[in-house]
Design a protein around this ligand. Structure first.
Ligand code: DGJ
Length: 730
């Protein structure tokens, strides 16, 4: 709900448990932030003092309303550069005359039910009952620049989304050199900063640091959201737990370069910002043109990290992921990547499909290596015609045979790329992003196609469409295996080269949009060398994303924990793979691999024709578990109960159905230690009055006992052992 107090000139945005308050400054007409946090009552004028902007003079006779001291402290809703605010700015503009001063003053606002889409960008949505939007128009009358700040508030989750539109009303072009999607000012209470860091096969591990004076944060300059840092940060209580402590969470609905920073200033206020990374960004705004930022999400929890997670999950399940598969059980797939890598043919795939069908698996996914001259990763990206040596009879023959076995068929493509050793590159070397006269850096022996050029985009779309229409293909794994470098587009003039990073992301979004509208029945799984583009932007187009190339069950505990910190379990691609695991060489029980993969979309990635009789016998059991529990896992509320990253020994999580009738607890004992008694695991988020029965032992527990005394977990003999405990309300 959004209210505006006309007399006080204050806006108040309420979600179920939070309030966000800002207003218009009387002296200069600036938009000033007052408060964000636990919900407070409606007398919103009371919140003004929180900004400290209206404190008396610090020393008698010192004028704190002197414009420069005011600017350098004022908690702006959207700060600008060049006028005496020496902190980081939401917006920086360069004018034709080389000056940068920009000063925004309130003009007007409107409040409406619902939410408008952000053209060309992924964004949250909602109907008139579930979301309300405030648009505040600000203007610099001297340089004739208008900024419209949009705030959307959700009725069913504690999230607020923000974006900005910059409009050049002047007669000459201007350049945007920095443009944030959201900012937040708040007093530091000895807060920590939580971010997610990683690497290939090690994505999204939690990391806390104390917020110190100066700049801190995370960013990507890689052209994608990246394995290395994630477009997320949270400002947290230093004594944060899953159930206690304050958390301000930020997430960016964008798949390219980003910054997420929390700077601590001289007055002990944190200045948080999230937006497109200004690195190599310079956007020319012609007279009359406008630029829309991607959307950022903010959430506040006064009840620990778990509540932040569930707010994000609810937002993304109800207001971001559009796929018709979102609320459906996805087919259990078997992917041949770890089974064969590039070394397969029709007969090999059919042998996998035959065994898979007999064990209850529902879809075969053919991964990299089926096209052109693709016998290894040195060649052929861009040549999207079937390799008839490997697949005699072509794609249609293979797909028909797989379908005859009762399996669906899925395919892998990496549409954004081209190998220098490919027919496509030989025909169009200028289609790759590279700088004329400079040898480009290769990564995985490939280059990125310049999708910002219409002819390249059209060709790429045509390739995707042709493949998908050539047979009964029901699933697409869209991969992206290198990051951008050597930035130059033959399609852009010199003064627009700074637009390439962002234009590239927009072009990818256009391709994905075309894909979802042309093939509405296609299940899409995005992927980027594992999970380098696991972000809310891509979730707008695909209901699931490959989480990591590390499929080891133990490594996956931290990767999936970090991913599920923000994203629903239903979005995490997770497979049972072979051992020794291809990423770490670890051997874990087949059962544990199954339990960990059940927390995601679930599938297999191994040569089913070669696994042991014992492992094979477990597949029908896991398939049955998937069918039994997936509705609960996909739709339920997720709670982290123990984190391997914190305790070094075990990991546990639970999912509670929305009607609270069912609970599934997963416990993984990573390392066993001698001579200890059994454990107890305290559950969370239950109504203490309810009683639950352990479906296996038949034992009844009061929900209060489960939460305060804990669920007994017998010790297992050996390492890497896991248990599933299914509880039903009595
Ligand atoms: C990276 C993906 O994450 C893998 O699953 C696999 O598809 C390879 N690319 C294929 O090249």
């Amino acid at each position: 709900m959004i209210t505006y107090n006309d007399a006080e000139r204050i806006f108040k945005l309420d979600t179920p448990h939070t309030s966000y308050i800002f207003g218009i400054d009387d002296d200069f007409g600036y938009l000033i932030h007052y408060y964000y946090g636990h919900k407070i009552r409606n007398d919103i004028d009371n919140a003004r003092y929180v900004s400290r902007l209206y404190d008396g003079d610090i020393l008698p006779g010192v004028n704190t309303k002197d414009k420069n001291s005011f600017l350098d402290f004022a908690p702006f809703e959207y700060s600008t550069g060049g006028i005496g605010d020496y902190r980081s700015h939401a917006l920086e503009i360069e004018l034709a005359d080389g000056t940068t001063a920009t000063e925004l003053q309130y003009v007007n606002h409107k409040i409406y039910k619902g939410k408008n889409p952000l053209e060309g960008l992924p964004a949250t949505f909602g109907d008139e009952k579930s979301v309300e939007t405030l648009e505040v128009t600000l203007r610099d009358p001297i340089i004739k620049l208008t900024v419209i700040l949009s705030y959307s508030v959700f009725a069913d989750t504690d999230c607020i989304t923000r974006s900005a539109r910059i409009i050049n009303d002047g007669a000459s072009p201007v350049f945007i050199t920095r443009v944030m999607s959201t900012t937040l000012n708040l007093e530091n209470k000895d807060y920590n900063l939580l971010t997610l860091h990683g690497s290939w096969a090690r994505e999204r591990h939690k990391e806390f640091r104390k917020i110190a004076h100066g700049f801190q944060g995370v960013s990507s300059r890689r052209g994608e959201s990246s394995h290395q840092e994630h477009p997320f940060m949270a400002i947290t209580d230093k004594n944060l737990t899953e159930t206690q402590g304050e958390v301000y969470g930020f997430n960016f609905i964008y798949s390219g370069n980003f910054v997420a920073q929390a700077d601590l200033d001289q007055f002990n206020f944190i200045h948080a910002e999230m937006g497109i990374n200004p690195y190599n960004f310079k956007w020319k705004l012609e007279a009359g043109d406008s630029f829309a930022t991607p959307e950022a999400v903010m959430t506040y929890s006064a009840e620990g990290l778990g509540a932040m997670t569930r707010s994000f999950h609810n937002l993304y399940r109800n207001h971001l992921i559009r796929s018709k598969f979102l609320h459906k059980k996805r087919p259990i797939l078997i992917n041949n990547w770890e089974a064969t890598y590039f070394n397969f043919d029709t007969e090999k795939l059919l042998s996998i499909a035959r065994d898979a069908a007999a064990l209850g698996i529902e879809m075969l996914v053919m991964d990299d290596g089926w096209f052109g001259n693709r016998y290894d990763d040195n060649r052929a990206l861009g040549d999207w015609t079937v390799n008839e040596e490997k697949l005699p009879g072509g794609l249609k023959y293979l797909v028909d045979e797989v379908n005859k076995l009762g399996l669906k068929f899925g395919i892998w493509m990496e549409p954004e790329m081209v190998s220098p050793d490919s027919d496509l590159y030989r025909a169009h070397p200028d289609w790759a992003i590279q700088i004329p006269g400079r040898a480009p850096g290769l990564s995985r022996n490939q280059l990125v196609l310049d999708l910002t050029r219409p002819e390249v985009w059209e060709h790429t779309w045509h390739s995707i469409e042709t493949v998908l229409k050539s047979a009964n293909i029901e699933y697409l794994k869209w991969d992206m295996n290198r990051q951008l470098a050597d930035l130059y587009s033959a399609g852009l003039p010199a003064d627009r080269q700074g637009e390439l990073y962002h234009r590239y992301v927009l072009a990818v979004y256009r391709l994905q949009e075309k894909l979802v509208t042309t093939f509405p029945d296609l299940l899409i799984e995005n992927c980027s060398g594992g999970g380098a583009r696991f972000d809310p932007g891509m979730l707008y187009y695909s209901p699931q994303i490959w989480t990591s190339d590390d499929t080891d069950a133990i490594e996956r505990l931290s990767i999936q924990e970090g991913t599920a910190l923000i994203y629903p379990l239903s979005t995490m691609g997770a497979h049972v793979s072979d051992c020794p695991n291809h990423a770490v060489g670890r051997v874990t029980p087949f059962k544990t691999r199954g339990h960990v993969a059940l927390a995601g979309t679930f599938g297999y990635e191994l040569d089913i024709t070669k696994i042991s009789v014992e492992d094979r016998a477990q597949i029908p059991i896991q398939v049955a578990q998937y069918h039994k529990y997936n509705d609960l896992v996909r739709e339920g509320d997720y709670y982290r109960l123990a984190s391997l990253a914190d305790n070094g020994e075990y990991d546990a999580w639970m999912v509670k159905s929305q009607d609270e009738r069912e609970i599934l607890v997963t416990f993984v004992q990573v390392l066993n230690h001698p001579n200890f008694k059994s454990r107890t695991l305290c559950l969370q988020g239950l109504d203490p009055q309810k009683t639950y029965r352990d479906c296996e032992s038949g034992r009844n527990y009061g929900a209060d006992t489960l939460m305060y005394a804990g669920l007994p977990i017998p010790r297992s003999w050996g390492d890497f052992k896991s248990t599933l405990i299914h509880l039903e309300e009595v």
